[in-house]
Design a protein around this ligand. Structure first.
Ligand SMILES: Nc1ncnc2c1ncn2[C@@H]1O[C@H](COP(=O)(O)OP(=O)(O)OP(=O)(O)O)[C@@H](O)[C@H]1O
Ligand SMILES: [Mg+2]
Length: 156
């Protein structure tokens, strides 16, 4: 397990941390964004989507009501928010299997509530609220399985 810890002091720094992670992501990767309301999950997702060249940060908005947003192509990026999903029945109605079978990169908020949905080989990003403007962000990534150059470049 490869662990990276960031302490950010602004929304912008959290967007930058997301951009850093984007450099390490390839097709079929699943990223769980885990933390309380307002911890910074959507803010970080803005950076990931931007870092992958799929949208400007301001065009990445919370999928709280729409549940799934799609960005870019080859690979597509799916940004999912399961906050409003109440049970397994509702979760299975979303068609997530199809997304997980695709080449897409999947970013999920509140996905840890349905752990059986996700592959074990996933990235987890844990967000902790430190103060109004500060967050601790821990990125837990599995050991590299393919290209050894891929997961060692999170530092600036
Ligand atoms: N260092 C920081 N990093 C990220 N967000 C910050 C930071 N400091 C302050 N904020 C503020 O915290 C809020 C984070 O909101 P965001 O929507 O990213 O949270 P979230 O984890 O997605 O919440 P939710 O569970 O409601 O979807 C924003 O209002 C942002 O401006
Ligand atoms: Mg959010």
């Amino acid at each position: 397990m490869n662990v990276q810890v960031f302490r950010t002091k602004s929304e912008e720094e959290t967007v930058e941390a997301g951009q850093r992670l984007a450099r390490l992501l390839g097709p079929r990767e699943v990223v769980l964004l885990i933390g309380d309301l307002g911890a910074g999950k959507t803010t970080f997702a803005k950076g990931v989507v931007h870092g992958l060249g799929a949208a400007a940060p301001e065009d990445v908005v919370s999928p709280t009501f729409t549940l799934i947003h799609e960005y870019g192509s080859e690979p597509k990026i799916y940004h999912i928010d399961l906050y409003r999903i109440q049970n397994e029945h509702e979760a299975s109605a979303l068609g997530l299997e199809e997304l997980l079978d695709s080449e897409g990169i999947i970013l999920v908020e509140w996905g840890e509530r349905f752990p059986y949905l996700w592959p074990p080989e996933r990235v987890e990003v844990h967000f902790q609220w430190l103060s109004e403007q500060e967050r601790e962000i821990r990125v837990l990534a599995p050991q590299p399985t393919g290209d050894p150059r891929r997961r060692d470049t999170m530092s600036p």
